[in-house]
Ligand binder design. Sequence first.
Ligand code: ZN
Length: 144
Amino acid sequence: MKHTLINKVVLFLMMSTLSFANIYQTDRDVSKLHPKLQRVIEAVQTRGKVQFFVTEAMRTSERQLYLYEQGLSRIKENGMHQQGFAFDIAVYNAKGKVSWEWRDFTPVINEFKHVSELLGIKLVYGYDWGWDAPHIELDKREVK
Ligand SMILES: [Zn+2]
């Protein structure tokens, strides 16, 4: 009886720690993304013309809400990240350093546009919105 109660408490603590950690941690596992996104990412990497890495792929609803409340995302729920239809990248500048400068995203985004066109996969770029350069998502027509 006692043992069961302790188990329940331990389980509860483990679960709360897990969901607590969830909202702060980014999931970079590309294999959870829509297969079409995986194809584009793989092709850009294989061509090797630009240097980038995925900073966030799949996102939980809890983390999306957290980002919204922190003002880090404009989307409160049902975002493309939660469905595996979007990912964020970081890029390297000419000196090989990780950069968040808008101008350093330009060649990488152009390469993504070129490659996705070659593959016939329509993407939408936060870069083109003018405020979310790292964000790339599948065009809605691709996921119908
Ligand atoms: Zn994003």
